[in-house]
Design a protein around this ligand. Structure first.
Ligand code: CO
Length: 174
């Protein structure tokens, strides 16, 4: 079921999400709804707080192929991560990002090029994943959401000011 997406600057996006303790049917329904919502909105990733649920769960729309050989993911085009933790990060990379909570706005953000992330799948099994490409950027963007951070908050002071001005204008117009 498609859920409503929380739009910036909604205060819920500032919440620090809580660790998932129960890998149960409610979590699975949340993940399934997040998938439906991401696909319906043509997103590449979504964190639970973006549908108003403050749980440390996120999904990323990416072909998994050799990334997730254990087939613990219900969909081969989507990585589900519960309670993810970045355990290693190095290098720098600038990449143009967007976000379903900031629709229609895209800007370059600097992040680590390479990350190693520990996480649990929907069944509570622990995994480690490593990437130095698009997935690395996407994981950092989505984990930021779990910590109450939206990508526009990583822009330089001047770009941020410009964005806030544009965004206010746009919200008034809509
Ligand atoms: Co986002």
């Amino acid at each position: 079921m498609v859920r409503e997406v929380v739009i910036y600057p909604d205060k819920r996006l500032k919440q620090v999400s809580k660790e998932v303790e129960a890998f149960d049917a409610e979590l699975h329904e949340l993940l399934d709804d997040m998938y439906d919502t991401m696909i319906a909105r043509n997103g590449v990733g979504l964190a639970a707080i973006q549908v108003g649920v403050d749980k440390r769960a996120l999904i990323i729309n990416i072909p998994l192929e050799d990334k997730e050989p254990e087939a613990s993911q219900p969909r081969e085009n989507t990585l589900e991560m519960i309670n993810p933790v970045i355990i290693e990060a190095d290098g720098k990379e600038k990449f143009q990002e967007g976000c379903l909570s900031v629709p229609g706005f895209y800007e370059d953000v600097e992040r680590h090029k390479h990350v190693v992330v520990e996480y649990y799948d929907r069944f509570g099994k622990k995994h480690t994943i490593e990437d130095d490409d698009f997935l690395a950027i996407a994981m950092q963007h989505e984990i930021d959401h779990l910590d109450g951070r939206v990508f526009v908050e990583r822009l330089s002071y001047i770009k941020r000011k410009k964005f806030e001005k544009e965004w206010k204008k746009r919200q008034k117009a809509s």
